[in-house]
Design a protein around this ligand. Structure first.
Ligand code: UVW
Length: 319
């Protein structure tokens, strides 16, 4: 883990320009680094617990191995390296250790590769992170001085799943499809689920199903992905969503809507809404359809790595 003991946290220089007009800068105070997660109220979590119907738990994480999701080349693949094994006699010399062995490994997992959470420092725009923190509060040696994943903490919340392929009666949304606010509203209405302030919004596109099937068949997956358009950001903001998750690589559609990383900028930077990416939502969607509910209790536990820009996660949804 990075040693941060000798580097002071950079002072918060107020943004020189006016804050984004529709965002959340200043809403929870000038020093806030948790953003829209502040919207999660204990009463909402209790109500989610009361909505549990079957008591079944669903992991939303992909297996951590090569080939399960697309990744930029610079991120590399996850690696499990054996550190010692029972063949290494590492306890020789310890009293009673001659007949005892153990196995240990080292895990190298890029923080933005498989199922993961983006911290609010992951993307900057015009030199600013969420709440106007300066982009140079991130340093190569120490990582994020502001808005790192360690500022998020573990959380539980009410979550709502919007299953768009089911809504549109299609196996998966097409690559590049731009999900709109109207799509999300219509899907929620059809599913009969109320979206409330402080909810985590889970958007299923079935992109990962299609990606994995394509790779398994030895074909080249398409670069294009379905995902949120800039228009859908209005749905997130108007419902005061605490975090957004999806079964694609970047929450947003690829090619990007309008400009590069436009939805990342609107959600992470302007609104302080953290992102949960490469979620496996297919088993949860089937379980919810069977249970006749699209709301659940969701527990998310990013690793508290000081200064990290994101973390692998294994979210658990209880239906
Ligand atoms: C980018 O899209 C830049 O990263 P992530 O996939 O972690 O959101």
């Amino acid at each position: 883990m990075t040693d941060t003991t000798e580097t002071p946290v950079p002072a918060h220089t107020p943004a020189p320009d006016s804050p984004p007009p529709h965002g959340n800068w200043g809403r929870w105070g000038p020093e806030d680094e948790r953003g829209a997660l502040n919207l999660i109220e204990p009463a909402g979590v209790r109500s989610a617990a009361h909505e549990i119907r079957t008591g079944r738990s669903y992991s939303l994480a992909l297996p951590i191995e090569r080939g399960n999701a697309p990744a930029f080349d610079f991120r590399g693949s996850p690696q499990r390296l054996t550190l010692v094994s029972q063949t290494d006699d590492m306890y020789a010399g310890f009293e009673g250790g001659d007949d005892v062995g153990s196995n240990e490994d080292v895990l190298i997992i890029p923080s933005h590769n498989l199922t993961h959470m983006d911290a609010l420092c992951h993307v900057q725009a015009k030199g600013r992170f969420y709440n106007g923190f300066p982009a140079d509060s991130f340093r190569s040696h120490t990582g994020a001085g502001r808005c790192g994943i360690d500022k998020i903490g573990a959380f539980a919340a009410r979550a709502v799943l919007l299953d768009l392929p089911r809504h549109f009666d299609t196996p998966h949304l097409e690559g590049g499809y731009k999900i709109t606010a109207a799509d999300l509203t219509a899907c929620a209405e059809r599913q009969g689920v109320e979206v409330r302030s402080g909810d985590v919004l889970l958007v299923r596109t079935a992109y990962l199903d299609e990606y994995r099937a394509t790779v398994a068949a030895g074909r080249e997956p398409s670069f294009a992905q379905p995902g949120l358009s800039l228009d859908a950001v209005d749905f997130v903001r108007s419902h005061d969503i605490a975090a957004v998750g999806a079964d694609n690589s970047a929450i947003e559609c690829i090619p990007f809507d309008d400009t590069f990383l436009s939805v990342h900028i609107a959600l992470l930077v302007e609104s302080g809404v953290p992102l949960l990416e490469h979620l496996w939502l297919t088993d949860l969607a089937a379980g919810m359809a069977e249970a006749g509910t699209y709301a659940c209790l969701l527990c998310v536990t990013p690793l508290p790595v000081t200064g990290a820009t994101g973390s692998p996660i294994n979210p658990v949804a209880i239906v």
